[in-house]
Design a protein around this ligand. Sequence first.
Ligand code: CP3
Length: 349
Amino acid sequence: MARVTNSSADSAFVRACRGQDVPHTPVWFMRQAGRSLPEYRKIREGVGMLESCRRPDLVTEITLQPVRRHGVDAAIFFSDIVVPLAAAGVDLDIVAGTGPVVAAPIRTRADVERLRPLEPGAVSYVSEAVRLLLPELGATPLIGFAGAPFTLASYLVEGGPSRTYLKTKAMMYGDPALWHELCSRLADITLAFLRVQVEAGVSAVQLFDSWAGALSEADYREYVLPHSARVLSSLEGAGVPRIHFGVGTAVLLRAMGEAGADVVGVDWRTPLGTAAGIVGPDRSLQGNLDPAVLFAPWEVVEREARRILAEGRAARGHVFNLGHGVMPETDPDVLTRLVDLVHKESASS
Ligand code: CP3
């Protein structure tokens, strides 16, 4: 068993991302900082979502809340995938219960050409919050993140959340040159946002392509992969593991790995043993408990967590997580118990 020293680069989380041996399977939860926690709801009272992302004091406190409460192996920086778009000048808001809403959706060449690059100075509150967080976190690694071009484009083109991505796909198929121009500009923004976080000292980055599962593998490879690959490959020398995640991506796992990920995030639909065979021996996996299982009796949570730990052994390395974000109605005590179970179960086997 490996000895782990008191530094985030040698933490169980970073080691599992790199496929090194670990004292226990590391665990964190997508959307661990947020509405499942009463202390989050309290601190957010009367403060808009975007405003809270721009206040380093709030970002620091909210990022730390799940680390203190659950003892997770990593913190995720409190922000949102649309924060860099707003900082680049897009008029948008995050509406509670709905998600991002864009005032003037991007549909034409003129709209795309109005999309400006992200000046790092426009998100100085991000660097400031990371600086405040690092000493508080000590050896617990901090994960930075951004939205991938397809998922960001879906909000900008639709104007808000969508089930069908009809307008997004209409641009993609109908005017590929315009689509690639949009995604290229979004890749620049995403890369600039991730660089700000890496330079400020995050230990890993996660690229969220949450809605890429709407595409076939062929279309993903043609219209999306080149842009996500540019983001991920540009960070290759940065020295931090790169996690690439989407929902409903069973047919895309190989391509999402090839885009330049050290870790591929898997939703609950694909068993980790199957996913390990698809991504191959050079990448770790993250996932993949169905967030809805947390609403079942504890015996079911326990059984599912054990199954996932066993399946995860087929991968080069395994970071335990949910298959998507924590639902707001989740009992936080179940999350705390789950962290404990993952640690004990994986350390004793
Ligand atoms: O704990 C964490 O994971 C860190 C914070 C985080 C947020 N958004 C905060 C947030 C992260 C990593 C995100 C990423 C994000 N945002 C994604 C990718 C992850 C995923 O779920 O697939 C996407 C697609 C978005 C866009 C977005 N922002 C949605 C769909 C929503 C939810 C709408 C709602 O209210 O149900 C948001 C709002 C949002 N982002 C909230 C939080 C805590 C809820 C708003 C609030 O608390 O007022």
